[in-house]
Design a binder for this molecule. Structure first.
Ligand code: F0G
Length: 460
């Protein structure tokens, strides 16, 4: 049967109640949360689209796998099961678990960067990746194609590296580039995929110079799905075959397993063949994350991850997952709401700069829209714009983000199409009443990563 939006390839065995509140209650709850949805209690949220990270539902096979967990400090059976799956998917020789994506980053990145090798290039660094590059003393430079910033025009692979810009950067910083990171999918550009052709080219150019290529593959299976759908040569290949080819173009794989690992907590470090680097990471992982055969994960969680990694390669699962995002995106587009187009893998990114052009960036238009959505519908989204960007560390001025997004991030296997209707109706209602929205000012601001804990108030 040829349906526009794929029905779920699973049925529901266990439910978790969620609570509806009234608009009046939500006004008070948001005020008490300092107009920052990060400070809301989850029980006061009806549909939680803050993130797709660690928020998905595990399968019965994963819950069963938990029971097999071997909690030995060293050499646990769970470690070897997970290692087997990671090696099978990546084709790499070396593996270590980490407690989550940023745990993997803190082990590997300082082993690549030094005084001389102090530049890291990515299509777009995810926030924590950028933070670890900077903490290690290097500069993080983004190098995505210009089309990524043009939300209204279709491009099949808006996550791609700008190859000419990459070549120029490699020349300008010749001898100083510590690594090049392929973020697949490209979260910050809107969950946008990177084509296989682009990965091949990046790999060829970068390896010619002896620079390691990393994959930040939190959503690598979703990326493989887009490659299958949009790159002709891959339409008959399996997701596993496509993923393996992608890994063949890199040397190091870092993964937040909380996304395409289908678990609530976990991370992966895999290294193709560089034994010396593996040994350095083994040395560093002990004080940072834990002994190399558990790296911050319990045995049972490693077993659940071993199963989740395999489940995430199922093309029916992926089709439904990505169709959910498209369904929500299409409903919004039909109502005239500008969103990053085409819709990416894990979320719909609403282009608030286009909706609220009169609210200046330093009054955080996307945060204002996000707050209005919560009051309207009990849906929690997240701002990805100038509020998140923070301040320039030298001038202390607010940085203007190139894009002012509200991200509606879909947890995996968690919500139904009907939930998404509720979300769409809430967004459309706020969009129609957009003239009433006001900017925000900060009343408390921590010095770094302010968006998590800052407090705000509406400007009357
Ligand atoms: N890389 C990417 C592309 C990510 O999206 C994330 C997390 C990380 C690394 C870090 O992984 O959270 O397990 O430490 N992204 C989440 C998000 C938090 O909401 O987009 P982590």
């Amino acid at each position: 049967m040829n349906t526009k939006y794929e029905a779920p390839p699973y049925r529901i065995k266990m439910v978790e109640s969620i609570r509806k509140t009234t608009k009046e209650e939500r006004k008070t709850l948001l005020e008490n949360a300092g107009y920052n949805p990060f400070s809301l209690k989850s029980e006061d949220v009806y549909i939680d689209l803050l993130t797709d990270s660690g928020t998905g539902a595990m399968s019965q096979e994963q819950w069963a796998a938990l029971m097999r967990g071997d909690e030995a400090y060293a050499g646990s059976r769970s470690f070897y099961r997970l290692e087997g799956v990671v090696k099978h998917i990546t084709g790499y020789d070396y593996f270590m678990p980490a407690h989550q994506g940023r745990g993997a980053e803190q082990v590997v990145i300082p082993n690549l960067v030094n005084e001389d090798k102090n530049i890291v290039i990515s299509n777009i660094h995810f926030d924590t990746t950028r933070a670890h590059v900077e903490i290690a003393g290097a500069r993080a430079i983004d190098c995505v194609i210009e089309e990524a910033y043009d939300t209204q025009n279709y491009h099949p692979f808006k996550g791609n590296f700008d190859i000419d810009k990459l070549k120029t950067l490699l020349e300008t910083h010749d001898g100083h580039v510590a690594g090049v990171i392929l973020t697949i999918t490209n979260n910050s550009a809107g969950g946008q995929p990177v084509s296989m052709k682009n990965m091949q080219e990046v790999s060829r150019i970068v390896k010619d110079k002896g620079i390691p290529v990393l994959i930040d593959g939190a959503r690598y299976a979703e990326n493989a799905f887009f490659v299958k759908e949009r790159e002709d040569a891959y339409k008959d290949k399996t997701i596993l075959e496509i993923a393996r080819e992608a890994f063949s173009y890199a040397d190091i794989f870092l993964m937040s397993a909380k996304k395409d690992g289908l678990v609530n907590m976990g991370g992966i470090i895999a290294i193709k063949d560089d034994e010396a680097l593996f040994q350095k990471c083994q040395t560093r992982i002990v004080p940072m994350e834990g002994f190399p055969t558990y790296g911050g994960m319990s045995g049972r969680d490693m077993d659940a991850l071993a199963v989740g990694l395999e489940e995430a390669l199922d093309s029916h699962y992926l089709r439904h997952r990505i169709d959910q995002a498209r369904y929500l995106g299409d409903r919004l587009r039909d109502a005239g709401v500008p969103v990053q187009y085409p819709i990416g893998g894990h979320a719909v990114f609403v282009d608030v700069a286009k909706i609220l052009p009169d609210i200046p960036f330093d009054q955080f238009p996307a945060q204002s829209f996000t707050n209005a959505l919560y009051i309207e519908s009990g849906v929690r989204a997240v701002e990805i714009g100038s509020f998140l960007m923070g301040r320039d560390p030298d001038t202390l001025e607010n940085i203007q983000s190139s894009l002012e997004f509200m991200r509606l991030t879909l947890p995996r296997r968690t919500y139904t199409y009907k939930h998404l209707d509720h979300v769409a109706e809430g967004v459309i209602q706020v969009f129609r009443n957009r003239k009433q929205l006001k900017g925000l000012r900060l009343t408390y601001e921590p010095p770094v990563l302010r968006h998590f804990t800052a407090k705000l108030e509406p400007i009357e």
